[in-house]
Design a protein around this ligand. Structure first.
Ligand code: IMP
Length: 191
């Protein structure tokens, strides 16, 4: 069975591919030779995930899922949230995003945060949605050089390591995206 993952992010594709059973063949946009950016014009993670999955499912006439993820920081009223990718500007620079977040948290005691992933799935013409959350805190400085995005400054409550210090398998056991994908796979298996 072929399932399109509506993303250009190969890191995410790698994380998810390692969770899939052999019977599911994951195809990404690059593999379909589609390189355009899909506009994320929604104001919530749910809207953005749905926009991406619906657009691609219709374009390629295949089952398709998309994810949208936000880092929600308690003492910043849930920011950067849906704006996590563009927190420090339109060029979606992870280093600049982390610098801005560390700066905005300077002097604040409460560093609790959570990653939230929404997966939207267009499956046999119907739309489904799955959520995954991991709670943790924002470190005062970067730790580790694996992963991507905000990984060096996020430490999940279950661990003494940041996401960027973890091997893929370790991150996949607890990550927001892995938890949402787990729910989607359960749905597909039982369909
Ligand atoms: P998007 O869902 O790809 O738009 O991601 C939103 C923002 O969150 C981007 O800045 C990503 O780099 C970041 N992000 C998404 N997933 C992760 C993750 O697993 N670890 C760290 N940062 C992430």
């Amino acid at each position: 069975m072929t399932l399109i993952f509506a993303t250009h992010n190969q890191n995410k594709a790698m994380e998810i591919a390692s969770q899939l059973p052999f019977s599911v063949e994951l195809t990404t946009l690059s593999e379909l030779d589609y390189h355009d950016e899909i506009p994320e014009t929604g104001s919530t993670l749910e809207e953005n995930a749905r926009i991406k999955s619906e657009f691609v499912a219709k374009k390629f006439d295949e089952n398709c899922f998309a994810d949208d993820t936000g880092l929600e920081v308690e003492s910043l009223n849930g920011e950067p949230g849906v704006y996590s990718a563009r927190y420090a500007g339109e060029d979606k620079n992870s280093e600049a995003n982390m610098n801005l977040l560390l700066k905005n948290l300077e002097g604040l005691e409460n560093r609790n945060a959570q990653f939230k992933t929404i997966i939207s799935l267009f499956w046999e013409g119907e739309y489904y949605q799955f959520e995954g959350i991991v709670k943790g805190k924002i470190l005062k400085e970067r730790k580790g050089n694996k992963g991507f995005g905000y990984d060096p400054i996020f430490q999940p409550d279950e661990s003494d390591s940041s996401f960027a210090e973890m091997e893929l398998g370790e991150k996949n056991k607890i990550s927001h995206r892995a938890r949402a994908i787990e729910k989607m796979l359960k749905f597909i298996k039982n369909y």
